[in-house]
Design a protein around this ligand. Structure first.
Ligand code: ADP
Ligand code: MG
Length: 902
């Protein structure tokens, strides 16, 4: 048909190919990035306004909520009842109110008084005036929000023009107006935009809904953005809904190549020329007018209606959206079109009708195309944020054009699916989205506030004040003294065991040594070569051996036979079976020593529980096992605690190192004490290293005031209930387990994992301390936290993973602070021993918790600095303290022994 091809030529510019749409999509993506950036936001046309809506409904919302909906096509007050019945049901009652011209073009006070009056009327009509109800405020104008319940109006749009409101917080204005009515008690909890309302309403029915879209009088979209991409709001955790205000896309000329002469003409004739250019190509307010301008020009050029222009065709806004919709009802043929054109006094021929129908289609199709391109950009962003290859999501939609136009939804869906083939999108029509949405936002805010209170209550006992930490330091200090005093040491919980290590290395040590390391995660045998003088160095060879659980918890004889078996393997492996080397035995359990090569096990800790060992000399047990085997002989020179080994290793580099700290599977400290203070060892000259065994701190109940029910649960589930209470709050073996207990409790309270305690969460030990490190890492996005939890069999939502991270943080922080408080007591004691105003000292540290946890070491150091301000403490990481240290101690002991002999 000639006319059709002519038309196609004429409206060529309005038909957008997929290539052009992909280009629009890319431009919109770039504009979103601009809107989110701190430095680029001010010049961005798409404002990307943070809404402070951080969570979607999870179905557990319940209660009775009020809402006021201002700025949509009609003003109304609502009551929304939300039931937590597993069926996502809700009940809505509302009443419409007029918006008289004197109100929407008067003063701000008048407007908000009017809104309050209408609400009061509504409450009275529903007999609600005596209830205290939370209220959500749908306010569909661009606002710069600073909180969920605080936002300043940027500019009035639509037909509103109220004085003295722009730039002021609309929520507080509404509150003020409500307060004038003394008899009602309404709490404004949230303000939302209609797009957000739509998303939230649909989100209540479909948990995948994370985009809200309006295609009506105006057009706009919102979606859930990652907090770390939102520069304008503090914090990196979780997500927040962004109101794109996409109607202004193109206001900087970005779409000028796509705009036609009709678009320019329409814009010039509008109330806000140059503004909302994208909206003017899409929304229902302008579609009819675009059609009218096209028809007018075509008629003037003689292409339609025999060139006869009617007065109606010259009248602005004479063709409306409803006309376009009616004319595009292809199923009804041309009758609608004919009727409408006739009403405009245009006497159309059949050809005219076909052409006009075609124009309508081109205009409305372009609208759907452009909308699809921008939506495709949002969907792509969501997919990239989630780092998935395929995105499954739901878009909640509201708006008259989408709802009434016969072809619009189908076209929009089809184009979106073509532009983003890797997104499975469900389009969900919202039922009274903008109005009900405010109530949903309020319901979610209400739920979150209640949950927040419960979570805070659970974690509150883990927050230790500075005063409490000071008290812990003082108690530790007192316990250190009890352990050193003859009369009290027998009953002391901090045992303060003398180690008979009296000197630190002086660099003259040399030789080959064997070392054993028992009591950590691994059992190891080492060969250590120490050189002195100018070629001073330490060389180590080691082999790790497993200790099966049945041996760890079997008989003592079995344990030591196994150890000797491992030594034999090692000697064979190194080819040194015949050499009778001096051996240092790192045995990281509390031992009461009578000399450097005698150590009576006081009691097993950590995971060990072999029988017939407690009260026995471990060196004797080792010697006997060697004798039983009768294959080789060894010169056992020293039994060494791992803390001491750590101190010695660092002391080899830094002579000021007089403290050794372990924060690994267990927690313990040793330090050089003046002999005169050690009452149970003869002699007053010089110093001796004391293995504090501070893990037992609190076993007399002295820190029960800070132990939580979770600590008690962990203790009761351990091998040594009632013992090592401080260690159980501070060391790697237990932190994960504390976290697991808290997670179980939170789940029981319905605050996590949808209230479902999974099989895996029930398993003791499933939550290892290394997971705390991973989860708390600052570099880790929430998504990765979810992945970790998934690996643990914990199916978490985004909110769940925020809470889990918070729990981990509370537990590890308390551990570091308690450890710091203990260490502050030690350095303070050292300072007093030396009688100095200011102490400079080095602490040698070992342990995976200290080394690998992202915050533990920093918090520990901060606490020490805070609680012991007169001490300048340097922390030095030890490299393999238990291996190298044992060899060094053996070497020193040998050296001293040889001097003694001479
Ligand atoms: P040990 O104290 O047993 O001699 P480590 O110092 O290596 O040995 O500590 C091991 C303990 O450290 C483990 O039992 C575990 O509790 C904890 N741990 C392991 N990996 C990590 C990690 N990535 N972050 C924090 N703690 C960890
Ligand atoms: Mg160790």
């Amino acid at each position: 048909m000639i006319l059709q091809s002519l038309l196609s030529l004429y409206l060529y510019h309005m038909r957008l190919s997929d290539d052009v749409l992909l280009d629009v999509m890319a431009r919109f993506q770039a504009e979103m990035v601009k809107g989110l950036g701190r430095d680029t936001n001010s010049t961005a046309t798409v404002k990307m306004l943070p809404t402070f809506v951080r969570s979607l409904p999870d179905g557990s919302e319940k209660g009775d909520f009020l809402a006021v909906d201002l700025g949509g096509s009609q003003f109304r007050a609502l009551e929304v009842k939300v039931f937590n019945d597993g069926k996502q049901s809700s009940q809505l009652e509302s009443k419409f109110y007029p918006t008289p011209k004197e109100v929407i073009q008067g003063s701000g006070t008048e407007l908000f008084n009017y809104v309050a009056d209408c609400l009061l009327d509504f409450m009275e009509s529903k007999n609600l005036q005596h209830k205290k109800l939370p209220l959500g405020f749908t306010f569909s104008f661009p606002c710069k929000q600073t909180k969920l319940e605080e936002g300043a109006l940027l500019a009035w749009t639509k037909h509103f023009k109220v004085r003295g409101v722009q730039g002021t917080d609309v929520v507080s204005s509404l509150r003020k107006a409500l307060q004038k009515h003394k008899d009602i008690d309404v709490d404004v909890l949230a303000m939302v935009n209609d797009t957000v309302g739509t998303m939230m309403t649909c989100g209540y029915d479909d948990p995948h809904c994370e985009v809200g879209l309006i295609i009506g009088t105006g057009t706009n979209a919102c979606y859930m953005e990652e907090m770390r991409h939102i520069d304008l709001v503090e914090g990196d955790e979780g997500r927040m809904c962004i109101n794109t205000e996409w109607g202004a896309f193109g206001d900087d000329g970005a779409l000028d190549d796509l705009r036609t002469e009709f678009d320019r003409e329409l814009d010039l004739g509008s109330l806000n020329p140059g503004k909302q250019l994208f909206e003017k190509m899409i929304s229902s307010l302008y579609l009819g007018e675009l059609v009218r301008l096209i028809l007018l020009k075509m008629t003037k050029e003689g292409l339609l209606f025999n060139g006869k222009v009617s007065t109606a065709l010259l009248t602005k806004d004479k063709i409306e959206m409803k006309h376009v919709c009616a004319m595009e009802k292809y199923k009804e043929g041309l009758s609608n079109t004919k009727e409408i054109l006739t009403e405009l006094n245009l006497f159309p021929s059949e050809e005219d009708c076909i052409a006009v129908q075609h124009v309508c289609t081109i205009v409305s199709f372009r609208s759907a195309n452009l909308c699809a391109a921008a939506l495709a950009a949002i969907l792509t962003r969501l997919r990239e944020n989630k780092k998935v290859l395929r995105l499954r999501t739901t878009v909640g939609i509201d708006g008259g054009l989408y709802k009434t136009h016969p072809q619009y939804p189908k076209r929009l869906h089809k184009v979106v699916r073509r532009l983003v083939p890797n997104c499975d999108v469900r389009f969900l029509l919202s039922q009274s989205g903008s109005a009900k949405g405010a109530a949903m936002v309020t319901a979610v805010a209400y739920r979150l506030a209640a949950q927040r209170k419960q979570i805070d209550a659970v974690l509150a006992p883990f927050l230790l004040s500075l005063d409490t930490l000071r008290e812990v330091k003082n108690k530790m200090r007192a316990e250190l003294e009890y352990g050193l005093k003859r009369e009290t040491q027998a009953s002391a919980t901090v045992k303060m065991l003398p180690t008979y290590v009296c000197g630190t290395p002086d660099g003259t040590e040399s030789g080959k040594f064997l070392a054993l390391d028992l009591g950590g995660t691994n059992f190891r045998v080492l060969l250590v070569k120490i050189r002195s003088g100018r070629r001073r160095s330490v060389q180590m060879y080691n082999k790790i051996f497993a200790i099966p659980l049945e041996i760890m918890q079997g008989t003592g004889e079995e344990l030591f036979d196994h150890i000797v078996q491992c030594i034999a393997d090692f000697l064979e492996y190194m080819g040194i079976k015949g050499a009778r080397l001096p051996l240092g035995f790192t045995f990281s359990f509390p031992c009461r020593q009578a000399s450097i090569d005698k150590g009576t096990l006081v009691g097993w800790t950590k995971g060990f529980k072999a029988t017939d060992c407690e009260g026995e000399d471990v060196v004797d047990m080792l010697r006997e096992a060697i004798r039983r085997r009768n294959e080789f002989d060894l010169d056992i020179v020293a039994v060494v605690n791992d803390t001491v080994g750590t101190m010695m290793t660092c002391g080899y580099e830094d002579p000021n190192c007089e403290i050794g700290l372990i924060a690994g599977t267990g927690s313990n400290v040793c330090y050089m004490e003046d002999m005169k203070n050690i009452e149970i060892v003869e002699g007053n000259e010089g110093k001796m290293c004391i293995n504090t065994e501070w893990g037992g701190f609190g076993d007399n109940g002295c820190i029960d005031n800070i132990r939580t029910k979770y600590d008690i649960q962990v203790d009761e589930g351990s091998l040594n209930a009632g013992k090592q209470r401080y260690e159980k709050m501070t060391s790697g073996m237990y932190l994960g387990e504390i976290v697991r207990q808290i997670l179980i409790d939170l789940t029981k309270q319905g605050l996590l994992f949808r209230g479902q305690i999974s099989e895996s969460l029930r398993k003791r030990g499933i939550f290892e301390t290394k997971f705390l490190s991973q989860i708390e890492s600052d570099r880790l996005a929430l998504l990765q936290v979810r992945r970790i939890l998934q690996q643990l069999g914990l199916d978490s939502t985004c909110e769940d993973s925020i809470i889990v991270k918070e729990v981990c943080g509370a537990v590890s922080r308390r551990a570091a602070q308690l450890c710091g408080a203990g260490l502050a007591a030690i350095v303070e004691k050292k300072r007093e021993n030396r009688g100095v105003e200011h102490l400079q000292i080095t602490v040698g540290v070992d342990g995976t918790l200290y080394k690998l946890h992202p915050h533990f070491s920093r918090v520990l150091q901060e606490t020490v600095r805070e609680l012991a301000p007169q001490c300048d403490v340097t922390f030095m990481l030890s490299e393999d303290g238990s291996g190298k240290g044992a060899a060094l101690i053996t070497a020193v002991a040998k050296r001293l022994h040889n001097i003694g002999r001479k």
